[in-house]
Design a protein around this ligand. Sequence first.
Ligand code: KG4
Ligand code: ZN
Length: 344
Amino acid sequence: MVILGIETSCDETACAILQKDNKRITILSNVVASSAKLQEKFGGVIPEQAARQQLKFIIPVIEEALKQAFPKSGNGVGVDAIAVTYGPGLIGSLLVGVETAKTLALVWDKPLIPVNHLTGHFYANWIGETIPTFPCVGLLVSGGHTDLVLFQNYGKYKYLGGTRDDAAGECFDKCARILGLAYPGGPEIARLAENGNPKAFNLPRPMIDTDDFDFSYSGLKTAVANLIHTSEVKKSGYTSEVKRNLSASIEQAIIDPLVKKTIKAAKKYRVKTIILGGGVAANDKLRSELQLSAKRYLLNAEIFVPQKFLCTDNAAMIAAAAFFYQPLNDSVSLQADPNLALAY
Ligand code: KG4
Ligand code: ZN
């Protein structure tokens, strides 16, 4: 079975072709064009700009994915089904992918499988040699989402909790902006944090000890802004050492609640498998601290994190998810849903 996936929910235009046999899911091609560099100028994504870039990139990206997967023919004859992200995301961006996928399904006479972008991030863990087993706890950490989920089976999951305000990635991005770093801020903060002291600044970790599985990140950016504009940093000057220490302290303050509540969820539901998804899952410190904590508190627990290029937005994860879902009976009726929740 070969599925062509399309992802256009934000500022990445992506197409990937994946094959599934009875052993594993493999990537035949995986093409991502990003307008992030353009968005960097504005310090965040401008929806109108992102949609225009989607339109510009979508056909060349699909053509390139076909060429790489099928160098001889370069066409879609070898594709069995088409998968597409239909939400959540920016409506102008989503429409480009959804309408293109519907057209391809119609012209090629192939089934169309709609995929939730958030679920897609988790299915990046199903690409490759070893795959997670159910039940498992899933932590989704991206620019727009911070959610904990209990997966019972394919397509069957229970929402445990999530952020009450900003997402973890959003917090990285907003703090980075305050620090005068480039967008997206997560990788920038992580790079500076490597040579900084995470204990240098005492930053808040709201809700870290609450009884639920919720998070709160909006207070952190305010604390960072206050720190820079007032007392401590003003006194010592905004040196590169201060910048590194601030980055390390911010990274640690974002990671601590994620690790604590994920481990707590795994303990409560007695699961031995944890899966990560979303752009922030590319963060090395989060990956290693979760491994360490799981080793300490959940004996023999297994942590699955997608390869880094599969953490940030891509179409391979969308095609991977589609292997476990049913196609639509009437593909022309598919509508993009910018507010789609974390459920199929
Ligand atoms: O999943 P994603 O590509 O897009 C959304 O669906 O939101 O996630 C993007 C987010 C951005 O906030 C970015 O700063 C963050 O993921 N990110 C990171 C790292 N790489 C990307 N955050 C921390 N450390 C990283 N290495
Ligand atoms: Zn995403």
